[in-house]
Design a protein around this ligand. Structure first.
Ligand code: NAP
Length: 255
């Protein structure tokens, strides 16, 4: 790794950092030198990730918060600033796509749409703005939003999710304009990744095969394959990159 990828001395908050893609991001940011605060609702999972980082001689604080709870989010940001001295990197990775938000538009309730937007879009806005002062003081502040190919193209039967991820890509671009030159704001758009979120998809042979048929690299990604692009965007190696959404999708959107 060249020095430009090194994150020594940086502090990163990773939402949804307890499992799946967020866990991999937390571990890779720590491996690159950052002190990391994995945060999610399930305390055992964020504690396990923090312990893994500390076992590898890194620095981590496990923090429990729901990204839709403004007070809980503020508490995580304030605790991070108090205990680690500031925040340089925010990774908005918390997200979900519940069963009641799947289906044809006329079969999905406005309430389900609101629930998905509240976590996937408003949660990211809340966490990022709560960390704004720290990010501006950092001198190398970076925000990375974990979007989806569903933030770049439409996907049938996933309307709330697609709306939330398109919103997140839009937010990435507009915040990048207002926060330049001090803070860079970027997104990654994963294709299909093997995690709890896609377990049912992968178990359904017909669906799995239709995804593989559309993916030039012919497989699901591992969570670590999404973490690499996030570390890049967080680091000085991406110092001239802002307002970008980097697809890590095995070529899905190249078609
Ligand atoms: P996952 O395994 O289900 O993990 C989701 C993480 O987000 C968990 O740590 C979860 O922890 C946390 N989370 C969910 N709701 C939350 C809330 N309200 N407040 C705080 N934390 C919350 O999912 P994943 O596959 O790793 O997905 C991570 C991100 O990547 C999501 O934004 C997803 O949309 C995106 N993505 C995934 C794929 C894929 O194929 N897997 C593809 C494209 C994009 P708690 O439940 O403990 O809160």
């Amino acid at each position: 790794m060249t020095d430009a990828f090194n994150l020594d001395g940086r502090v990163a908050v990773v939402t949804g950092g307890g499992r799946g893609i967020g866990r991999a991001i937390a571990l890779e940011l720590a491996a690159a030198g950052a002190a990391v605060v994995p945060t999610a609702r399930t305390s055992e999972e964020v504690e396990a990730v923090a312990a893994e980082i500390e076992d590898a001689d890194g620095t981590a604080i496990a923090a429990t918060a729901d990204v839709t709870d403004r007070d809980a989010v503020s508490a995580v940001i304030e605790r991070t600033e108090a205990e680690l001295g500031g925040i340089d990197i925010v990774v908005n990775n918390a997200g979900f796509n519940p069963d009641d938000a799947l289906g044809r538009p006329e079969d999905v309730s406005t309430e389900s749409l609101g629930d998905v937007l509240a976590v996937n879009l408003e949660g990211a806005f809340e966490v990022t703005t709560a960390a704004a002062e720290s990010l501006f003081e950092s001198g190398g502040g970076a925000v990375i939003n974990v979007a989806s190919v569903g933030g770049l193209v439409g996907l049938p039967r996933q309307h709330p999710y697609v709306a939330s991820k398109h919103g997140l890509v839009g937010l990435t671009k507009s915040m990048a304009l207002d926060w330049a030159p001090e803070v860079r704001v970027n997104a990654v758009a994963p294709g299909y990744v093997s995690t709890a979120l896609t377990e049912d998809l992968e178990a359904n042979e017909r669906l799995r095969q239709s995804i593989l048929d559309r993916t030039p690299l012919e497989r699901f990604a591992t969570p670590e394959e999404i973490a690499g692009p996030v570390v890049f965007l967080a680091s000085d190696a991406a110092s001239y990159v802002t307002g970008e959404c980097l697809a890590a999708d095995g070529g899905w959107t190249a078609r």
